[in-house]
Write a protein that binds this ligand. Structure first.
Ligand code: ASP
Ligand code: MG
Length: 403
């Protein structure tokens, strides 16, 4: 018994839905299968665009009701396509498939999955086709955040007691770097949960982070595979560090960031708290934070946020800066982050030196650095990002024929 999840590009057109139906049919002929689907192509974005044309500040409840329609359409179409090919199938909305969530509209978290109805469909020998990305809280439809169908799939696999969850998209796995930027990037055979979370966080858009967290908690293997090819894909699971000779497993980059610099902050307790509490209060997620050593009683604070959050962020930052008598608060959007990720880093010295050396040789200036046990990230100019990714990828020997 397996769970297959098909992403938006895999069900973007009627032809592709038929292609997926053929794939599911082949799998169903071998063993029972439950399917989770995303909305067709860019449907979710299109629905949000439609909403923006009729309302400036739509109620979150209605946003969720609208967005959930996307997955309702693809689930119904895929189930109908399966039936047409002699495969008994039943489309189920999130609530019908037993997905109970908390009440946070647009970012709901799954609280519980009662798989009874899905199991009943499976017991009939039919294929349940579950609408991803949605659940129910106190009688209200909720959605799980962008990319949430991945989490639906992993949660369903866990509830059904599966050991694997296969996530199909238009890419055939997770690569050592974005192949559009680094032509000799290689597909990774396996990646640990931690490594995948860092890669996803740093811009490798293969899986929703929440799905990886859930898979780790439930000790379930995710396989990221292509809908359009028959490769083995990439397994995300517990990986023994000795299984990989590579200290660094991948190089991720993120262009969707903005940098805020607050200069001349008086060196007194309380400013960082005042600023970041205010940002948290506005729902802004702050990433890298760097504070300079104080000089003449003042220091500078640099931090990054997602570009979408910049307008709110700069407003809050200016107000906070003014309140404490800081000199200025300024924003820049032409920045990017490049990160080297690998669980083997903890035990091996010199990784940071290799990365900084590669960037220096490529003539890329580093504006800020952050590290975790399994990641080193450098804030750079956006114009440098491709050169930076290629240089770091090569420096760690991640390309074809090496490592
Ligand atoms: N359709 C939703 C989105 O585009 C959920 C998903 O695709 O997983 O974010
Ligand atoms: Mg989508």
């Amino acid at each position: 018994m397996t769970v297959h999840k098909y992403g938006g590009s895999s069900v973007a057109t009627p032809e592709r839905i038929i292609h997926v139906a053929e794939r599911v049919k082949a799998a169903w002929q071998r063993a029972p299968v439950a399917v989770v689907v995303s909305a067709m192509g860019d449907t979710t974005d299109d629905l949000l665009g439609l909403l923006r044309q009729v309302a400036h500040d739509p109620p979150a409840r209605e946003v969720d009701l609208l967005l959930a329609a996307g997955e309702q359409i693809s689930a119904a179409l895929l189930a109908a396509a399966l039936e047409d090919r002699g495969v008994p199938a039943r489309a189920l909305l999130g609530w019908q498939a037993g997905f109970a969530t908390d009440g946070v509209h647009r970012k709901a978290r799954i609280r519980e999955v009662d798989p009874a109805r899905v199991q009943a469909v499976l017991a009939e020998g039919a294929v349940p086709v579950v609408a991803g990305f949605q659940g129910l809280h106190a009688g209200e439809v909720t959605t799980l955040g962008r990319g949430g169908s991945d989490t639906t799939a992993v949660a369903l696999a866990a509830a059904l007691g599966c050991q694997r969850c296969e996530i199909y998209s238009d890419v055939d796995g997770v690569y050592t770097a974005d192949p559009r930027v680094v032509p000799d990037a290689r597909r990774l055979r396996a990646l640990s949960y931690e490594e995948m979370m860092e890669m996803a966080h740093m811009g490798a858009q293969v899986l929703q982070i929440r799905a990886v967290e859930l898979a780790e908690a439930r000790r379930l293997t995710i396989v990221a595979r292509s809908t359009f090819a028959d490769g083995p894909g990439t397994e995300i699971r517990e990986v023994d560090p000795t299984e990989s000779e590579m200290t660094v497993r991948g190089v991720a980059h993120d262009r969707n960031i903005a940098k805020v610099t607050i200069r001349g902050v008086p060196d007194r307790p309380g400013f960082a708290h005042r600023l970041f509490a205010a940002l948290a209060g506005h729902g802004v997620n702050v990433d890298t934070i760097v504070q300079s050593a104080p000089r003449d009683g003042r220091s500078d604070i640099v931090f990054t946020v997602a570009r979408d959050d910049l307008p709110r962020t700069i407003e809050v930052a200016r107000a906070a800066a003014e309140e404490v008598g800081a000199e200025s608060a300024a924003a820049e959007e032409d920045v990017a982050m490049v990160s080297a990720v690998g669980a083997g880093m903890v035990t091996r010295p010199g990784v940071a030196a290799t990365m900084f050396g590669a960037l220096a040789q490529a003539g890329v200036n580093i504006e800020a650095i952050t590290t975790s046990e399994i990641k080193i990230s450098c804030l750079i100019r956006e114009a440098d990002v491709e050169a930076a990714v290629r240089a770091v990828h090569a420096a760690f020997g991640l390309g074809h024929g090496k490592a």
